[in-house]
Design a protein. Structure first.
Length: 366
């Protein structure tokens, strides 16, 4: 419950989840050379047209279906929404169009970089299929071919590469200096007293205790810690954070940008080694004690961190494209009307399809 659910417009809904493609279904080899990776799904230019855009651009039903099949593997949570909620499917189609437009703008240098990234990050795909039965089942159920997967990865990698090519060194440095906390590695202990709990059967959030009860409980544990109480014992007794309550509340060497804003700012600003005052968040209260924090200048950053900062700037360029440029392409969507009465599944929020994910932040395949 530490991780932030608030993300930039390009990250927020994680609809394409390039990160999952590259880290979970990394595919490669498959006998292909780098220059064989295609940006066109099977069925492109043939059959019924479901979207058109400026200068004769079009998307056919077959190629869009192939795109959606891969998307459902990448984002199984949204698979049911795609089939049941027409506005969401339309948003995905509009996003697919935008990605085709951006890919068409890519320079040869950008395409070369994308091919290199895809080749590097897809080498583990065959191993992942062998080691991850759920992934293999999903691929078989959706009838996703190696070509479908490589096209999806190539398309999304090209978008990332193209947007990153627009980012200047000055923009990257300015982003870091403005949001240093997002990129700072911190070790901190904490105890969470939550006001809500999640039903393990339905996934619904239910009240665990009132805000007044939570505040009273967090102040109780604060006094025990100030009196010399043991973090390990008190975290086990009081903390509602399953990710840390069995290890003394410790999050070690974590990048603070993944945390909710209130927690992140407290961990970035609190005096090291000193127990802070309770921090209120949307779902309860935290007590935080920072154990280690090293704030670096931009010039001290390693290459990987600078690339992460650069990606953050790339999101703003994507936002600008979606807001300022895409309307000029006169996109028209003509999906068949769904059966009457279809709607989004109960309890599920369909995210906005103008968003896209980071290319460097992804969970490993399990």
């Amino acid at each position: 419950m530490l991780q932030s659910s608030r993300k930039s417009a390009w990250r927020r809904s994680a609809l394409l989840v390039i990160s999952v493609v590259l880290a979970t279904t990394v595919m490669a080899a498959c006998g292909k050379k780098n220059d064989d990776y295609s940006l066109e799904f099977a069925g492109a230019g043939k059959g019924d047209v479901v979207a058109t855009y400026k200068d004769g651009g079009k998307v056919t039903a077959e190629e869009f279906d192939n795109y959606l099949s891969v998307f459902k593997i990448m984002q199984p949570t949204y698979a049911q929404i795609i089939d049941a909620y027409q506005p969401f499917k339309q948003q995905l189609l509009e996003q697919f169009v935008s990605y085709k437009i951006i890919a068409a703008q890519a320079t040869e240098d950008t395409l070369t970089k994308a091919r290199e990234d895809v080749a590097t990050q897809m080498k583990d795909y065959e191993t992942a299929l062998k080691d991850n039965p759920d992934l293999k089942t999903a691929v078989d159920e959706q009838k996703v071919s190696d070509d479908d997967m490589s096209t999806y990865v190539m398309l999304t990698a090209t978008v990332v590469s193209h947007m990153n090519s627009k980012v200047t060194d000055e923009e990257t440095k300015a982003e870091y200096e403005k949001n240093t906390a997002n990129y700072t590695t911190i070790s901190a202990r904490h105890i969470l007293v939550s006001t809500t709990t999640q039903d393990q059967t339905t996934g619904e959030e239910k009240e665990l205790r009132t805000k007044e009860e939570a505040l009273k409980r967090i102040n109780e544990v604060k006094e025990k810690l100030k009196a010399g109480g043991d973090w390990t014992a008190l975290a086990k007794e009081y903390s509602d954070d399953p990710g840390s309550n069995q290890k003394g509340g410790l999050y070690e060497n974590e990048v603070a940008g993944k945390w909710v804003e209130e927690f992140k700012q407290a961990a970035f600003k609190q005096e090291i080694g000193v127990l802070g005052e309770p921090i209120e968040v949307e779902y309860g209260y935290h007590l935080i004690q920072v154990e280690k924090r090293e704030v670096k200048t931009f010039d001290q950053l390693d290459g990987a961190t600078k690339e992460t900062v650069k990606n953050a700037v790339a999101y703003t360029h994507m936002d600008k494209f979606m807001t300022d440029e895409l309307p000029g392409y006169e996109v028209k969507v003509t999906l068949p009307e769904p059966p009457a009465g279809t709607d989004a599944p109960a309890g599920t929020d369909a995210p906005a399809a103008t968003d896209a994910p980071a290319a460097t932040e992804a969970p490993a395949a399990e």
